[in-house]
Design a protein around this ligand. Structure first.
Ligand SMILES: CC(C)(COP(=O)(O)OP(=O)(O)OC[C@H]1O[C@@H](n2cnc3c(N)ncnc32)[C@H](O)[C@@H]1OP(=O)(O)O)[C@@H](O)C(=O)NCCC(=O)NCCS
Length: 194
C-alpha cells in the first residue's frame, strides 16, 4: 500500500494493491459504496456482500488502480477505481471501433460520501488515478457517467474529458426494490504519453 497524498483536512489518499492491503478498509468500503450509490443520481441498492465482491473483483485485475480516501485509521470516505479496458468486456463491446481497446484504461468507480463532497476529492481521485496509469501502455482513459449532464458530467468536462456521444442503458436494482435501467454516457480523454 502507498500513501499518495495527505490532505490538510487529515484525509489520506492511499493506493491499495493487494487483498491484504485492502483488508483493514473492506468493511468501511462496503458501507461507503452502499451509501454513495443509494443516493442521487443512481438510487441503487447493493448488499454489503456485493460491494465487497466488486472490490475483490477489481483487486484481482492486473494493473488495477484502486484508491481510497481514508479518515483516521480505516474509515473510507471516498474511492476511485480503474482497470484496463480489456478487463471489462461489457464496456469494451460498446466502444469497439471507437477507441483502441487494448490501449484504453477504464475509470470504473468513483464515489465520495455525501458530507465530504465539494472539497475537491472527486477531482483528486480522477487526477491521481490518471497519474497512476502507465502512459507508455495506455493512450486513452474512458469512463461512463449518468447521462443527465449535470454534476459529475461537468466535473469530467472540466477535467478535459470529451463527450463521446455514446450512450448505454444500465440495469440496476434500485432502493425501492425495482430493477430499472438508466442512461449512461461515455466520456474519453487522450493521454499525452507516447
Ligand atoms: C460526482 C462526485 C464523485 C464528485 O465528488 P466531489 O468530491 O464532490 O467532487 P469535487 O469536490 O472534486 O468537485 C468537482 C467539481 O464538480 C462539481 N460537482 C461535483 N458533483 C456535483 C454535483 N452533484 N452537482 C453539481 N456540481 C457538482 C463541483 O462543483 C466541482 O466543481 P468546481 O471545482 O468547479 O467547484 C460525488 O458527487 C459523488 O460521489 N456522487 C455520487 C456518485 C457518482 O455520481 N459518481 C460518479 C460516477 S461516474
Amino acid at each position: 500500500m502507498t500513501t499518495l497524498l495527505e490532505r490538510d483536512d487529515g484525509l489520506r489518499i492511499v493506493r491499495v494493491l493487494t487483498p491484504e492491503d485492502a483488508e483493514p478498509y473492506r468493511t468501511s468500503f462496503a458501507g461507503a459504496y452502499q451509501d454513495i450509490f443509494s443516493g442521487a443520481p443512481y438510487f441503487e441498492r447493493f448488499w454489503a456482500s456485493e460491494a465487497l465482491g466488486i472490490l475483490d473483483g477489481f483487486l484481482r485485475v492486473p494493473d488495477h488502480v484502486t484508491l481510497l480516501a481514508v479518515k483516521g485509521e480505516t474509515r473510507v470516505v471516498a474511492f476511485g477505481i480503474g482497470v484496463p479496458m480489456v478487463a471489462r468486456p461489457d464496456i469494451a463491446r460498446e466502444l469497439r471501433g471507437l477507441v483502441p481497446i487494448r490501449e484504453s484504461f477504464y475509470l470504473a468507480e468513483l464515489g465520495v460520501q455525501d458530507g465530504w463532497r465539494g472539497k475537491g476529492l472527486g477531482r483528486q481521485l480522477v487526477d491521481l488515478r490518471i497519474a497512476s496509469i502507465d502512459q507508455n501502455r495506455y493512450s486513452h482513459v474512458l469512463l461512463r457517467t449518468v447521462a443527465s449532464r449535470r454534476g459529475a458530467y461537468d466535473m469530467y468536462r472540466s477535467l478535459d474529458f470529451e463527450d463521446m456521444g455514446v450512450y448505454m442503458e444500465v440495469p440496476s436494482r434500485r432502493v425501492d426494490g425495482t430493477v430499472t435501467t438508466d442512461r449512461r454516457l461515455f466520456l474519453s480523454r487522450v493521454l499525452p504519453g507516447r
